[in-house]
Write a protein that binds this ligand. Structure first.
Ligand code: AMP
Length: 282
């Protein structure tokens, strides 16, 4: 088991990654907001296969939360996170303070179009992706990794970061990693701790209904007709659906009609006070 080097400042991150680069070692970056679970660990595993050094970042990024969202109550579990990273064999944990990342006078945000304005998460969280893109750009600029790993769990986010990295000619490979699920299919998420026992018991209805709808589309049924029973089932279980849609998997553009290759089904739905997102290949 390696004990990850703790990097509490941007200066420490830069100094450490420079040492590794100077020694000719490749670096993978795994950005997270902490409260680490097996989904995050799968990203670290993939990172270890892709580079000699792995830096996980733990930063609950204020600019990606709207004022009415859960920034203050978002779980913060640094000690347990570092223990998990040690088990997984990460080489370093970057855990900056908000003042280091956003000093007084900070006023630059990455401006996005394309997948960031597809009308999915952005419709319900209009300032979210500019915060995500800004912090990811900052992390990539400071660590200068060869590869950075993001989960398919946040499918629109992955598309936004791929687009930003292409458009800004960032010299980094962006890799997506498959969604890790609980035994009953619920996608692992740091926000699952908000669910009551009753809510947790019904939550897998999301993925069950989506899987059935995806199968029907795959079998040739018209998309809207296949989605309707899933909508009914999910709302019948007590969810309020923000969106449940099939989109082009690369551009996230709307699609109509029947099955063709390269489709993704995406959902966001609220159960009580918890908002869950998920997506699957169609
Ligand atoms: P977060 O800490 O929620 O910001 O997530 C950090 C990274 O882990 C993002 O790239 C997420 O997409 C990814 N991630 C979160 N949950 C999962 C999961 N269940 N499976 C795979 N990756 C995940």
């Amino acid at each position: 088991m390696t004990t990850p080097v703790l990097l509490p400042t941007i200066a420490a991150l830069r100094a450490q990654t420079r040492l590794w680069r100077d020694a000719g070692e490749s670096i993978a970056l795994v950005p997270t907001m902490g409260a680490l679970h097996a989904g995050h660990m799968s990203l670290v595993q993939l990172a270890k296969q892709r580079a000699q050094r792995v830096v996980a970042t733990i930063f609950v990024n204020p600019t990606q939360f709207a004022p009415n969202e859960d920034f203050n109550k978002y779980p913060r579990t640094l000690e347990a996170d570092v223990a998990r990273l040690a088990e997984a064999g990460a080489d370093a944990a970057f855990h900056p303070g908000a003042g280091d990342m956003y000093p007084d006078g900070f006023c630059t945000l990455v401006s996005l179009r394309g997948p960031a304005t597809a009308g999915l998460e952005d419709r319900f969280r209009p300032t979210h992706f500019q915060g995500v893109a800004t912090v990811v750009a900052k992390l990539l600029l400071q660590a200068m990794p060869d590869v950075a790993i993001f989960g398919e769990k946040d499918f629109q986010q992955l598309a936004v970061i791929r687009q930003m990295s292409t458009d800004l000619n960032m010299p980094v490979q962006i890799l997506g990693a498959p969604t890790v699920r609980e035994a009953d299919g619920l996608a692992m998420s740091s926000r699952n701790v908000y669910l009551s026992d009753e809510e947790r018991a019904v939550a897998p209805i999301l993925i069950c209904s989506m899987t059935k709808a995806a199968q029907r589309i795959h079998d040739g049924e018209a998309m809207e007709a296949a989605l309707a029973p899933a909508r009914n089932k999910i709302t019948g279980a007590g969810f309020e659906i923000d969106y449940l849609e099939v989109r082009d998997a690369t551009t996230l553009a709307t699609v109509q009609g029947r099955y063709r290759p390269g489709l993704r089904m995406l959902i966001a739905a609220r159960l009580g006070r918890t908002r869950l997102i998920d997506n699957i290949e169609v």
